[in-house]
Ligand binder design. Structure first.
Ligand SMILES: [Ca+2]
Length: 265
């Protein structure tokens, strides 16, 4: 897997290269916020920074440190994110990959890790709060994926909750496919997610809206993904201070895949 990717950062110091020449990859080995990333959400307590407290590759990773605030079951929680504007004409299909390490406990609350957004069909609006989006997250201690209309409010949303508990205290490889084109189908595809190469299944699938709605949910199709957001964003409270690390984040138009085992700490 030695093909270099069109990186927006200095040459990786490890073999974290992407196989897709058009992919964007971040291994955080600059030791600081990579070029092009800007501060996103910042609510409640904790920090989001690049540091050397734990790394899956090299020395550095993106660290969501000591997130805490609010109460489980109550809306509002710690949110610490970064955003990155994608190059023009990214296209309507996004494959992604990130290594994630979580400790010490599995949040019950909805904890987003990554999302990607695109303009509504026929819309020239590019403002963040006008975009449809796909998300990878955890909820009730299990992995989750969602398709959302623009946020706020971000619903009615299409929710898929897996039967796979969030893995604690080791690096895991999360992959996702957000197919906003979905061939000739009238709607964008449901999100798909893999954990360490195994595709997750979704025994719970439902539409969520607050207040509840009987309006049909339409997963609007994409022309181009325009922006991504990474970090950790809890929609309800988190009473146990929790740390996450993300490393070797990559997005592209083809599957990036997980790498063979590599020393991590
Ligand atoms: Ca790294």
């Amino acid at each position: 897997m030695g093909v270099a990717c069109a990186s927006v950062q200095p040459k990786p110091t490890t073999d974290t290269a992407c196989t897709d020449a058009k992919a964007l990859c971040w291994n955080f080995e600059e030791g600081t916020l990579p070029s092009g990333w800007t501060a996103g959400r910042d609510e409640f307590s904790g920090q989001l920074l690049v540091d050397d407290s734990r790394a899956r590759s090299g020395r550095y990773a993106l660290h969501a440190k000591g997130l805490v605030g609010g109460k489980e079951g109550t809306q509002g929680g710690p949110k610490k994110t970064l955003r990155f504007e994608l190059p023009a004409h990214f296209g309507p299909v996004m494959w992604g990959r990130a290594y994630v390490y979580t400790t010490p406990a599995r949040p019950a609350s909805h904890a987003g890790l990554f999302n990607a957004r695109y303009p509504r069909p026929g819309s020239a609006d590019r403002a963040f709060d006008t975009l449809d989006w796909y998300e990878v997250a955890t909820f009730r201690e299990k992995y989750m994926a969602i398709w959302h209309p623009p946020e706020p409010p971000g619903f009615p949303e299409w929710v898929q909750v897996s039967d796979t508990p969030l893995v604690l205290d080791r690096w895991t490889c999360l992959e996702w496919l957000f197919d906003g084109a979905n061939g000739d189908h009238p709607e964008a595809a449901e999100p798909r997610v893999w954990l360490d190469g195994v595709e997750l299944s979704w025994p719970e699938r439902f539409i969520f809206s607050d207040p509840p709605t009987t309006a049909p949910l339409v997963r609007e199709k994409a022309t181009d993904f325009t922006v991504i957001e990474a970090g950790v964003f809890l929609y309800q409270g988190l009473s146990v201070p929790t740390d996450w690390w993300l490393d070797d984040l990559a997005v592209g138009t083809q599957r990036i895949g997980c790498e063979p085992g590599q020393q991590s700490r």
